[in-house]
Design a protein around this ligand. Sequence first.
Ligand code: ADP
Length: 315
Amino acid sequence: MIRFDNVSKRYDNGRLAVKSLNLEIGKGEFFVIIGPSGCGKTTLLKMINRLIHLTDGTITIEGKRISDYNLHELRWNIGYVLQQIALFPHMTIEENIAIVPELKKWKPEQIQHRVRELLNMVGLDADIYRHRKPKELSGGEQQRVGVIRALAADPEVILMDEPFSALDPISRAKLQDDLLELQRTIRKTIVFVSHDMQEALKLGDRICVMKDGEIVQLGTPQEIIQHPANDFVREFMGLTKDFDIQQVIRPAVMKEGNLQQSVSGHDSLQSILSKLAQHDCLTVLEENAVVGMITRESVIQFLANDSVVRGDSHD
Ligand code: ADP
């Protein structure tokens, strides 16, 4: 769907922000780019819709070079959500959402129908919200409108640059849940920049960990957690933090005939991870009695939940 071949970006000041990067993002994939501040995430993202021009290499979407698309056509067909969405303050929510469909000359009835559908899709009552101005909405509601505005003209690709990082933790978790739910229905190709591991683990089909303009590791959340490429990834994923097995034990659900691998209460995180590479879940034994079980999800949750937000927002 989106392919990077030896793509580099050197800024005018000589800074090489992205270094000969190769990458393929699949259709319908939720692809999260993560890494510390300044590692090149935003540069990578903005090259896709040509907000930043690449210096070397090629990017193609559906096999066609982005430079061969008409710029308007390219931008209208790629939804874009920013950290601080810029809804136009003097326009109603409906007018804000309708911008791209209007540019694409959709019929008024079709636009109205679409606005209604989108607002309802994210739990905002269309009758109430469509005539409001942005300032009459909470931060979370505005961000929700930002997301559906990017979806308005039904683009295949959506770029999201830390779209929830300005929100409080509760609104943020809610919007992440909503986005996941939405993605189950719409199955768009989403490229999502984050510096928050919890968010990446929760949302990504695959996660691309970057450092100094290069990909350090690319894989599913499970692959990265189970086989971190190096100490940088280990540290970044929180794999080096203090581990207490109690934090990952869940009540045991024994299935008859399902011989599970067991661990003791003294096993290290590393040994648990390597056993989870072969088994979906592990039983925890103490003095030959089952005291609970550990699943891949419970370990991912442990790694995600307490992980600090690493690096600062780039702006
Ligand atoms: P991230 O999104 O991971 O924080 P960026 O892609 O914003 O990283 O930046 C990558 C590197 O490129 C950083 O070192 C940053 O300082 C540099 N950079 C970003 N934008 C510009 C610019 N317009 N001119 C020069 N250097 C830039």
